[in-house]
Write a protein that binds this ligand. Structure first.
Ligand code: NAD
Ligand code: IPM
Ligand code: MN
Length: 365
């Protein structure tokens, strides 16, 4: 009886898992080990169900985002996602491509606020392609608008002679992402840099005006504005000048890949995309076709995305901290996948070994 009571009160969460293509299944497998370990330590349960998206879905059922996947993602407590895409599907028209499945998932969940934290692990200071004096201690957050801008603007299209897209933002879209960014800045260093191209683009003039207006409600946050070309340069010149960056869909995509090298590898950067419910948790990198199947992908970006899932979707902060601490510990102990293995690394590890070590450190912690 007692046993049953305990079981009935154990909190259980439903996680929709989308492994995707390329290294997707390899990194998701490792992230689940960390999630299970953290759940065991914190005393909650996770129920996983796997769904198709991207190239895998195109091959199996002929479309990049099957209805079943979207429905399950909407009803789950959170979505854990790996990566999609690959050469095999590169010549399909846009609406049938793997990437369109991901865009439709984000739109379908109204996951408009993509948070991409970048921090420099002391243990990896030499993994960055930038000088250690430049990157040591850097810690920033890119808040990327995810369901608008040029990715979704109309008109778009192609004929024999031209291709066209439209970058459009409504005031309402800018307002809601600006609020998320100001709130994040309030929890962090109270500095927000809004990145746009207002010297050329009308869409950026709207963006800048609305961000400035929203800023009036956050007098404690020091707001600045920067043109995107300058921001790209400043990120590598002096990344420590930034606390929170807020920007549109396309600029955020590009700047966050660039910023990943501050910490040493794109294989380290997690993200959360919050919408109406739950959210999507995914590494910022892609399906890495060049290393897929070799067992050498860095699973840390996905493992840290699982930590964000625990914190933001499940409210399980303790589990999130356990996962983050274990990642840090593994790096301190010298474990390195090839992407972060500076010359003379102590322990060269593959994807599975890195996942196993981190899960073990969680269980031992
Ligand atoms: P990519 O991010 O897949 O790879 C860029 C480079 O980073 C490659 O050299 C790759 O080996 C390396 N890399 C990426 N993740 C790594 C990891 N975890 N560990 C070690 N190295 C890692 O970008 P790409 O090559 O431009 O795109 C490949 C495919 O992925 C394309 O089809 C693209 O559309 C898709 N893509 C998907 C997503 C996503 O699913 N969210 C994101 C970006 C790109
Ligand atoms: C990312 C990716 C996606 C994007 C693609 C695959 C649609 O690059 O998640 O950063 O551009 O948003
Ligand atoms: Mn990207």
């Amino acid at each position: 009886m007692k046993q049953r009571d305990r079981h009935e009160t154990t909190k259980t969460y439903k996680i929709a898992v989308i492994s995707g293509d390329g290294i997707g299944p390899e990194i998701i497998r490792e992230a689940r080990k960390s999630l299970d370990a953290a759940a065991a330590k914190e005393g909650f349960r996770l129920e996983y169900a796997e769904y198709l998206m991207g190239g895998a879905a195109i091959d199996a059922v002929g479309e990049p985002l099957p209805k079943e996947t979207l429905k399950a993602a909407k009803s789950a407590d959170a979505v854990l996602f790996g990566a999609i895409g690959g050469e095999k599907w590169d010549n399909l028209p846009r609406d049938q491509r793997p990437e369109t499945g991901l865009l439709a998932l984000r739109k379908g969940l109204d996951a408009f606020a993509n948070l991409r934290p970048i921090k420099v692990f002391d243990a990896l200071i030499d993994a960055s392609s930038l000088k250690s004096d430049v990157v040591r201690g850097a810690n920033l957050l890119v808040v990327r608008e995810l369901t608008g801008g040029i990715y979704f603007g109309q008109p778009r299209g192609r004929d024999e002679k031209r291709g066209w897209n439209t970058m459009v933002y409504s005031e309402a879209e800018v307002e809601r992402i600006a609020k998320v960014a100001f709130e994040a800045a309030m929890r962090r260093g109270k500095k927000l840099c809004s990145v746009d191209k207002a010297n050329v683009l009308e869409v950026s003039q709207t963006w800048r005006e609305v961000v400035t207006r929203v800023g009036k409600d956050y007098p404690q946050v020091a707001l600045s504005h920067m043109y995107v070309d300058n921001a790209a340069m400043q990120l590598v010149r002096d990344p420590r000048q930034f606390d929170v960056i807020v920007t549109g869909n396309l600029f955020g995509d590009i700047l966050s890949d660039e910023a990943s090298m501050i910490g040493g590898s794109i294989g380290l950067l997690p993200s959360s995309s919050q919408g109406a419910k739950g959210g999507i948790f995914e590494p910022i990198h892609g399906s890495a076709p060049d290393i897929a199947g070799k067992g050498i992908a860095n699973p840390i970006a996905t493992i840290l995305s699982a930590a964000m899932l625990c914190e933001f979707a499940l409210g399980q902060k303790g589990a999130a901290r356990r996962i983050e601490n274990a990642v840090e510990k593994a790096l301190e102990l010298g474990y390195r996948t090839p992407d972060i293995a500076a010359f003379g690394a102590l322990c060269k590890t593959n994807t599975t070994e890195m996942g196993d070590i981190i899960a073990k450190l969680i269980l031992d912690g």
